[in-house]
Design a protein around this ligand. Structure first.
Ligand SMILES: [Zn+2]
Length: 435
């Protein structure tokens, strides 16, 4: 394998392309070991070397990955493997992802590239799942690579309720964290529930790394205001690892020295280097499970416009499910726009949890808000919704602890171990079903 490219090693699109072209024959060689690509491309695969060859290949779909489960895309001997992962949200039809130890060097480096670096003095809270998905392991490996102290705080584990998250954030002086954006709002509420102020009582914290969920600019700003630190976005998938990270100018850049990115336009059926459509990725340093033109299905906008940060990498806007919405009174109400309006309310209203139901002729909204702010917050949001959508909205302010119960924020689960012998007054139902 060639040495992995480093940021700063190229300064023009041509130099970047040359780096990609140099690695392509290696990747196509690895792909020859993949039963899936051997079957799909036949003997022609053995002589493929160039970008033109790559561009002759039909994109690989998520369905292809499902059909190839479990070992159809595995291109190395099992002895060489380091980890196995599956994507979330594919109930009943798993998508297998394999990585070797070498693959992991590329994965960990890509994740760590954000403009807020990771270093040995960092205490890094990983608060995404460790089970099957790659996300927790990715942040964990990146933090270890840079010498940071990892606090593994899996958000799906009963052993790590919000009360413990707040405790480690505070007592250990966590400097960096990795989670979905919504998690950071839960921590803020959990911190307040035990008397801490998020922006005051966590002085060691220097940035919140977030991903895995749509995030409007307004919600992002609010999270940053609440905690008094930058919110740094990341974009990737379990099948590919990190695909883009944020630069000092808050642009999301694609790691185009480590993968070839293309955009598929479903309206025309064409694939080009930039513009709007679905992101198609060819990871260049992936030996365990090479993917050639993998269509992630995410709606994106890719641009090669210059960015002042100097990385000389294309930028991406991930639209994801931003367009997701429901009709109300003849207009489409999207979660993204509603989120913008809720998080545009003044900070003093302390509104961070909300929910809405789209009915045919009206929108029903609930916000959690302290009593002293209730009337003003509901009136402000009602005006904003009316101005934005011109529809009827019923806004109800509910007390803190209604949408997110206080016990969820402050409770500690009774995590015990399996046992079979109990005393006369003990609950023996907790024997084998100990969780
Ligand atoms: Zn930039």
């Amino acid at each position: 394998m060639n040495d992995l490219p480093r940021l700063g090693q190229w300064s023009t699109p041509d130099e970047l392309e040359a780096l990609q072209d140099k690695q392509l024959p290696h990747l196509l060689g690895w792909a020859a070991g993949s039963p899936f690509y051997a079957a799909r491309l036949g003997p022609a695969l053995a002589s493929m070397r160039t970008r033109t060859d790559l561009e002759s290949i039909e994109p690989t779909s998520k369905q292809d990955l499902r059909d190839a489960y479990p070992f159809g895309l595995l291109a190395v001997e099992k002895e060489e493997l380091a980890t196995y992962h599956e994507s979330s949200g594919t109930a009943g039809s798993p998508t297998a992802s394999f990585y070797t130890a070498k693959d992991w060097v590329d994965l960990a480096e890509r994740y760590a590239r954000k403009w807020v670096g990771i270093n040995a003095s960092d205490v890094f809270l990983v608060r995404t799942p460790y089970a099957l998905m790659i996300t927790g392991h990715l942040a964990h490996a990146a933090a270890r690579l840079h010498g940071a102290t990892v606090v593994p705080g899996d958000n799906r584990s009963l052993a790590m309720p919000y009360s413990r998250v707040v405790r480690v954030l505070h007592d250990l002086g966590v400097t960096l964290s990795w989670s979905m954006p919504t998690e950071t709002l839960m921590w803020a509420a959990a911190a307040r529930a035990v008397g801490y102020q998020p922006g005051r009582d966590f002085p060691a914290l220097r940035a919140l790394f977030v991903g895995g969920e749509p995030l409007s600019p307004t919600r992002r700003r609010r999270i940053s205001e609440l905690w008094g630190v930058p919110v740094v976005e990341e974009y990737g998938s379990t099948e590919t690892g990190s695909l883009a990270g944020e630069c000092s100018r808050q642009q999301l850049h694609l790691w185009a020295d480590r993968a070839i990115f293309e955009v598929y336009d479903p309206r025309t059926g064409t694939i080009g280097p930039e513009g709007s459509g679905q992101l198609v990725v060819t990871p260049l340093y992936r030996e365990a499970m090479p993917l050639l033109r993998y269509n992630l299905g995410d709606d994106v906008e890719v641009s090669y416009a210059d960015c002042e940060c100097g990385w000389a990498l294309p930028t991406v806007r991930v639209l994801g499910r931003a367009g997701f919405g429901y009709p109300v009174g003849g207009v489409t109400v999207t979660q993204n726009r509603l989120e913008e309006l809720v998080f545009s309310l003044p900070l003093e209203h302390e509104v961070i949890f909300w929910r809405a139901r789209a009915e045919p002729s009206r929108l029903v909204v609930e916000i959690e808000v302290p009593e002293s702010r209730r009337v003003a917050a509901c009136a402000d949001l009602g005006r904003a919704i009316s101005a934005e959508f011109g529809i009827d909205a019923v806004i109800t302010g509910v007390g803190p602890g209604t949408l997110v119960p206080t016990e969820v924020l402050t409770g500690v689960h009774d995590v015990v171990k399996p046992r079979s012998l109990f005393g006369p007054d003990e609950d023996w139902n907790k024997g084998l079903l100990y969780y």
